[in-house]
Ligand binder design. Structure first.
Ligand code: ARG
Length: 298
């Protein structure tokens, strides 16, 4: 593990934390079915372009000092590039997904095998859930999305599996069908655990949630960045943060400015080809949290 790098930024001192990610090269990427409003099977896709764009994200993670593990892409599973849906991993324990749609069902055993072979404690689900697409760890709490993919019952199950508080949030706009398209976790670690000025914080798209969920977010995250519809609509929230560097879509120009004002370092990566499948930066990135990760980043 590398030591966190401390960077002095205009309005706050933010710390980049080491990350370990799981990614899948989109060698078989295409759009051959439609399970979200972004997917248009009649529209042509360019697999080589998808791979080239993905490679830039992959290489950037390495340049930033993060570790990237790879799972082999399976022929016939064009959505496997979106590894965020491949599980939810905390403390070296991997909760396996159970996909909503039959088109992706065959990915679950492949991810489970990868976790087992890589030394993770692997927990098979009873309930329909799409991994880190709908579960986000913020401090000690799991924010869990429902409405389109993961069920409310999976929220109970994920809470039991990890013994953590789960806050259920209702997604209401079909364009933002996974929680990671509507919320970006900027600083996952609480200030106290972190020993620094940071607090666990998020950015979110208010219009993606029903009134009750929006009220919960306002109460829990009074300092959150509220992202404009225009930035949300280009998948601006579907970003990956290490606590300082935030990888975002180049189209999310307003969000980029907001991040800068708060002392983050936004870096843009264009995944336009992968957006044809309804996914972006975060969708292509699954965080692998080892046991004791929080202490290590302190
Ligand atoms: N085509 C994929 C699906 O609809 C995209 C998944 C995007 N993943 C995410 N974490 N938001 O399932």
């Amino acid at each position: 593990m590398s030591t966190p790098e401390t960077v002095t930024a205009p309005t706050a001192t933010r710390t980049a934390h080491h990350r370990r990610y799981l990614m899948c090269r989109p060698e078989h990427f295409t759009v051959s079915y439609k399970i979200n409003p972004w997917m248009e099977p009649a529209k042509p896709t360019d697999t080589a372009k998808a791979v080239a764009q993905w490679q830039k994200l992959h290489d950037l993670y390495l340049e930033l000092g993060h570790e990237v593990e790879l799972i082999d892409p399976l022929d016939g599973f064009p959505d496997m590039v979106y590894t965020a849906n491949g599980g939810f991993v905390i403390d070296g324990r991997a909760y396996v997904p159970k996909f909503r749609f039959v088109e992706r069902a065959g990915e679950a055993p492949a991810f489970a095998d990868w976790f087992r072979a890589s030394g993770f404690d692997t927990i098979e689900p009873e309930e329909v859930n799409e991994g880190e697409g709908d579960f986000l760890l913020v401090g000690d709490t799991i924010l869990a999305g429902t409405g389109f993919r993961s069920t409310g019952d999976s929220h109970r199950e994920v809470g039991e599996v990890f013994g953590r508080e789960v806050v259920s949030l209702n997604l209401i706009d079909p364009r933002f069908y996974h929680l990671d398209t509507a919320i970006s976790v900027l600083d996952p670690v609480e200030g106290a655990a972190n020993g620094g000025p940071e607090r666990a914080n998020i950015a979110y798209l208010p219009g993606a949630f029903d009134d009750a969920s929006r009220a919960i977010l306002e109460e829990r995250f009074p300092d959150a960045i509220l992202v404009a519809d225009a930035d949300g609509a280009v998948f601006g929230l579907n970003s990956a943060s290490d606590g300082y560097n935030v990888i975002i879509s180049p189209r999310a120009t307003g969000f980029e400015k907001q991040l800068r004002e708060r002392g983050y370092n936004p870096i843009t990566v264009d995944l336009s080809e992968l957006l044809l499948g309804g996914g972006g930066i975060k969708c292509c990135t699954l965080e692998l949290r080892a046991a004791g990760d929080e202490e290590k980043s302190a």
